[in-house]
Structures are given as structure tokens and as C-alpha cells.
Design a protein around this ligand. Structure first.
Ligand code: NAD
Length: 330
């Protein structure tokens, strides 16, 4: 049975991005195609199953009009400029990441939205944060514009929840790995690129060094966490800034080994660039006890399972015949 949130619609802003494209599919299944509106500043490349609206999240009046005219009850705001791209366009990143969020929070307050989802990131942590099992509450001194915007955004979420009762929910996503949509300019993008390059060319040059350990999550787990968080009764949520979320934690060398199980000839070299500096300031792994306790978060995918699924799904695109008994599709 579809959850149609009392007949109100669900609006996904930034729906054409890496997460948005897959979140749409998950929401179509959960709520029914008719109940979901995809919005983005860029039009879809191929027609969507459900409705699409062209929207610039920077335009508050247009956003409020869309919410009112389509009787929207829930908004997922995914429009942002990510870490690596943000360092190339700092002012643009600050403008979009802040104004976009504030417009959604303000629209929620003014129109009485039932719920808002907005993702934060592990980029909120910085060099003085503990690197291993980084706790929910600790020293946070992000040194990228992206991280600064996410930390400020978290404070705004908590403020709107406390002051205006806006039911805003958030996760600190780690690097997300998926085979369906290309990543949008983050520091963890290597963990997606490597699969494509391995299958296409049999070799890969990593822009992070071999031993840069970072928190990561397979997209299916990220979607599961997002939908679970949005489904839980509000009184169960203790955190209105953003929940720590842990899944996997690995280095480029460890990911290479996991892929070499299926593609032993894969050659990987290392040429760290400016993204190494960003990675150095981020945690190795995350302590997500609040997510586990408050809404029962448990990731499903191991590094091996994720690697198997990534290769199994991407190999046919590149006409590669992997050892089929090892790589599986889903
Ligand atoms: P993405 O860059 O792939 O997608 C962002 C989408 O927003 C794009 O489709 C873009 O066209 C759209 N957009 C940009 N400006 C817009 C505007 N003014 N109005 C409307 N739409 C606009 O990003 P993503 O990877 O899907 O990330 C989504 C969210 O998740 C972001 O908030 C990001 O910070 C967060 N996040 C992502 C990751 C990750 O690994 N992908 C990790 C941590 C946090």
C-alpha cells in the first residue's frame, strides 16, 4: 500500500543529481508515482515516470508557489554544490547551499509543510575533530566552504525546529557510491570513478593517496537510511541538526584489492591533487549510535558486497564479461 502522506505530495529538489535520481525511484515505489514531484534547475535527459518541475531553489517565491499549487507536504532539498566543486567556486557554493536551505526552511514555516529533509555531510568535521569513530558531538572546524555551509546549515535546521517547530530531518552522509548516476564533484568521487575506469581501461589513477581512509556508504543503504529517518515518528528524534551515519570505511588501496578479486589485472596508481587536502581533514569512520538508537539504523552492505554489485551492474555497460560466478547483478 502506498504512503501518500494524507494525500499531500512529496517534492524532491535537486532531483537530477546523483542522489536525487535514485531517491526518486525509491519514493515512486514508496508513495506512488503520482505523489512525487521532481524539481531541478536542469531538465531530465529522458522523460521521468512522474511529474517534473523546473525550479531554481534560490527563488523563494517560485518555491512557495510550487508547494502551494501542488499541495506539497514534504520536501527533500538535495540542491547543493559539493566539496571539490565548492573549493573552485566558494561564493557560489555558499550562496546555493545556504540560500537554498533557508528558502526551504522558510517555505516550511510559511506553508506549514509536514516535513523537510536536507542532507548534511561528514564535511562538517575538521582537523581538530577526532578522526576515528568521530562522535556526534565534538570539536568541529571544517576548512572547506562546503563543510562550513553544511555546519551552518545544521545550526539553521536546529533553530527552525526549536523556534518554529519545523519538522526538519537530516543525515550527515559520508561519500556515496552508486552505479546509476554520476557523482557531482565531491572528494569521495574516486570510489565511483574507479569502477568505470577499471571496466573501461583496466587501470585507474586515484586523486587520493593509497591510504586515505574515509567513511563511505553504498547508495542503497543511504536511501534506506533516508526513507527510514523520514518515516519515524517525530518524538523519537533527539537530533535536529543532523545525524551521524556510518556504513563503510576504506582506503583507495583496500577498494582496489576488493575490485581485483574480480579483475586481477586492474592497475591503480596514485596522483593526489587538491582533494587530498580536503580528505586529510575528514574522519576515517563515524560513531552513529544516535541513529542506531533513535530509529534503528543498520547498514546492509559490506565492501565486498558493494563491489560485487557495482561491477555486476556496470560490466554490461562496458561490454565486459567478468568472472560471472563472482560478480552478480541486482
Ligand atoms: P549532485 O551535484 O549530483 O546533484 C545536485 C542537483 O542539484 C543537480 O541535479 C543540480 O542540477 C541541482 N541544482 C543545482 N543548483 C540548483 C538550483 N539552484 N535549484 C535547483 N536545483 C539545483 O549532488 P548529490 O551528490 O546528489 O548530493 C545531494 C545532496 O547530498 C547535497 O546536499 C550534498 O551536499 C549531499 N551529500 C552528497 C554526498 C555524495 O557523496 N553524493 C555526500 C554527502 C552529502
Amino acid at each position: 500500500m502506498f504512503d501518500t502522506s494524507g494525500g499531500k505530495k512529496t517534492l524532491v529538489i535537486g532531483a537530477m543529481g546523483q542522489i536525487g535520481q535514485e531517491l526518486l525511484e525509491a519514493l515512486y515505489l514508496q508513495k506512488g508515482t503520482e505523489a512525487v514531484i521532481a524539481a531541478d534547475i536542469r531538465a531530465p535527459k529522458t522523460p521521468l515516470e512522474g511529474k517534473f518541475a523546473e525550479l531554481n531553489v534560490m527563488e523563494r517565491d517560485a518555491l512557495i508557489d510550487l508547494i502551494k499549487s501542488h499541495e506539497v507536504g514534504e520536501v527533500y532539498n538535495l540542491a547543493a554544490i559539493l566539496s571539490a566543486k565548492g573549493e573552485q567556486h566558494p561564493e557560489l557554493a555558499w550562496d546555493l547551499n545556504m540560500t537554498g536551505l533557508l528558502n526551504c526552511l522558510e517555505a516550511a514555516r510559511q506553508t506549514g509543510l509536514e516535513k523537510v529533509f536536507w542532507p548534511s555531510s561528514i564535511a562538517v568535521f575538521g582537523p581538530s575533530s577526532p578522526q576515528a569513530h568521530t562522535p556526534q558531538y565534538c570539536s568541529m572546524d571544517p576548512n572547506t566552504v562546503y563543510g562550513i555551509s553544511k555546519l551552518a546549515g545544521e545550526r539553521w535546521c536546529e533553530y527552525y525546529a526549536a523556534r518554529y517547530g519545523v519538522d526538519v530531518r537530516s543525515l550527515r552522509y559520508p561519500g556515496l557510491i552508486s552505479y546509476k548516476a554520476a557523482p557531482g564533484g565531491g572528494t569521495t568521487d574516486y570510489a565511483v570513478d574507479i569502477f568505470h575506469q577499471a571496466l573501461q581501461h583496466g587501470r585507474y589513477t586515484s586523486f587520493l593517496d593509497a591510504h586515505s581512509r574515509l567513511p563511505m556508504l553504498y547508495m542503497k543503504d543511504a536511501l534506506q537510511a533516508t526513507i527510514q529517518l523520514m518515516s519515524v515518528p517525530r518524538e523519537r528524534l533527539r537530533i535536529r541538526s543532523s545525524y551521524n551515519l556510518n556504513g563503510l570505511s576504506f582506503t583507495p588501496a583496500e577498494l582496489t584489492q576488493a575490485i581485483q578479486v574480480f579483475m586481477p589485472a586492474l592497475e591503480v596508481s596514485y596522483a593526489p591533487d587538491f582533494r587530498q587536502h580536503i580528505a586529510n581533514s575528514w574522519p576515517d569512520s563515524i560513531d552513529d549510535r544516535y541513529a542506531r538508537e533513535d530509529w534503528g539504523w543498520r547498514p546492509s552492505y559490506s565492501l565486498e558486497e558493494m563491489t560485487r554489485e557495482m561491477l555486476g551492474n556496470l560490466a554490461p555497460t562496458y561490454g565486459v564479461n567478468l568472472m560471472t560466478e563472482k560478480a552478480g547483478t541486482s
